[in-house]
Ligand binder design. Structure first.
Ligand SMILES: [Fe+2]
Ligand SMILES: [Fe+2]
Length: 177
């Protein structure tokens, strides 16, 4: 059976594919100064609805919450840092969206680069430090409860239709040349 880290790290894998595409398109923009509105709009859709709306919400509302409830076993410091990084990511996304709305290439590049650099580091920390800590430190009951909440989400808001739609978008963005 898939563990909490299997599930969340698989989502990271998809997020990193889009970040790679975002970095490529940003490098192209730096050279050509031509804004590919279609690409950036779709990347924003993915970042807002999948990376943040879906993945970060699962972390914040389920995993981090359970992690912090068990403060006796584990201190909460890594969670505060992770939350601060999610918030900083949202600021970069706003900058990217504002730049796109006003046709300002420099704003788009600053937002996209800030987001990409931050998220790559953030994902590395979660995959290598936070998730292993959760797998080791949380009791079997709590881990089962977290997995149960993940499955409930998969039956409602983040159903196979949602996942399928974003799987297509990931493919499309990754194929952008
Ligand atoms: Fe996170
Ligand atoms: Fe994450």
């Amino acid at each position: 059976m898939a563990t909490i880290s299997d599930i969340l790290s698989a989502e990271h894998f998809d997020i990193l594919k889009v970040i790679e595409a975002l970095e490529k398109e940003t490098a192209k923009l730096a050279e050509s100064r031509k804004i590919n509105h279609d690409f950036f709009q779709k990347a924003l859709d993915f970042i807002k609805n999948y990376a943040d709306g879906f993945h970060h919400a699962k972390e914040e509302e389920i995993l981090f919450r359970e992690f912090c409830k068990n403060e006796a076993q584990m201190h909460c410091n890594p969670i505060e840092q992770m939350l601060a990084e999610h918030d900083l990511g949202r600021k970069y996304v706003k900058q990217l969206a504002a730049g796109l709305a006003d046709n300002r290439a420099d704003e788009i590049m600053a937002g996209a680069r800030g987001y990409a650099d931050l998220l790559k580091e953030h994902i590395f920390k979660e995959d290598n430090i936070l998730y292993p800590m959760a797998e080791e430190g949380l009791s079997a009951e709590i881990k089962a409860e977290i997995l149960n909440q993940f499955s409930q989400l998969a039956e409602t808001k983040y159903n196979p239709e949602f996942i399928g739609r974003y799987a297509e978008l990931i493919k499309e963005l990754a194929a952008n040349q």
